[in-house]
Design a protein around this ligand. Structure first.
Ligand code: ADP
Ligand code: ADP
Length: 228
């Protein structure tokens, strides 16, 4: 379902962000991507979404050869992926529901179906009661839930998240993680970059560890020693 073969990514001539990275992820898997700052985690996620282009190697996602997708077909790739970034950008003068509706419109969903689907994803993340609030009125944890709702409006088969629990307190982190596990149980593949060793160690899943751009570990229910 996701397959990387000998992937290399350089920024300019000197920075080797990823070196000969290969692995496969099956449909329905949950994968933690760990490693110290600068290890290449964000770069790896950006290659999957084609926010960055690889230097050599190949990446397959579903039935698409990621590095070969034409620019005018990128939307087809991105439609299959839900993305939760480190910083969630919303339209500040739109309500929670309007922010979700805006994404649905971009996907060509309109009218009653837009209402229905919008409310459905807000329900799924436990935020329907907040649909008419403005984003600034929500806590960071609540905003993260809206970001997750937005990421799943297109029913992606893979959900990619970059440090989704960064800057959250323990309780909010646990809620966000629970949400990802629930979505995973519904069949969505999840790939999550994280520094949250407590979480990785308490809820064991597959762990891919990067260090200096190399994949140094792939454990099927691995733990994680935190980096100071
Ligand atoms: P993290 O370590 O949590 O990924 P960083 O602070 O390293 O966050 O990076 C933040 C953003 O800046 C990322 O999108 C990353 O790709 C980009 N970035 C990191 N290093 C550089 C660099 N040397 N030049 C330009 N952009 C960079
Ligand atoms: P992580 O997410 O694990 O912190 P990154 O993928 O952000 O790691 O960064 C991997 C390496 O690539 C780092 O050395 C970082 O400085 C560098 N890097 C990331 N983005 C860029 C960029 N846009 N331009 C130049 N160097 C970058």
């Amino acid at each position: 379902m996701i397959s990387l073969k000998n992937v290399n990514k350089r920024y300019g001539e000197r920075v080797k962000a990823l070196i000969d990275v290969s692995f496969n992820v099956k449909q329905g898997e949950f994968v933690y991507l760990v490693g110290p700052s600068g290890a290449g985690k964000s770069t790896l996620l950006k290659l999957l979404t084609r926010e960055e282009t690889l230097t050599s190697g190949s990446i397959k996602l579903g039935n698409m050869q990621v590095e070969k997708v034409a620019l005018n077909k990128l939307y087809l790739l991105r439609r299959q992926i839900g993305i939760v970034m480190q910083k969630d950008l919303f339209i500040p003068y739109y309500s929670v529901f309007e922010n979700i509706a805006y994404c649905l419109e971009a996907l060509g969903v309109r009218g009653a179906l837009k209402e229905e689907r919008g409310l459905e994803v807000l329900e799924l993340v436990g935020m329907s009661a907040y649909k008419d609030k403005m984003l600034q009125e929500l806590s960071i944890g609540q905003q993260k839930k809206i970001a997750i709702a937005r990421a799943i409006v297109n029913k992606p088969f893979v959900l990619i998240a970059d440090e989704p629990t960064a800057n959250l307190d323990t309780k909010s982190s646990a809620e966000i993680m629970k949400l990802f596990f629930r979505l995973n149980q519904r069949g969505t593949t999840v790939i999550m970059a994280t520094h949250d060793s407590t979480m990785v160690n308490s809820i064991r899943k597959r762990v891919l560890e990067l260090q200096g751009g190399r994949l140094i570990r792939d454990d099927h229910d691995g733990g994680y020693t935190s980096y100071a």
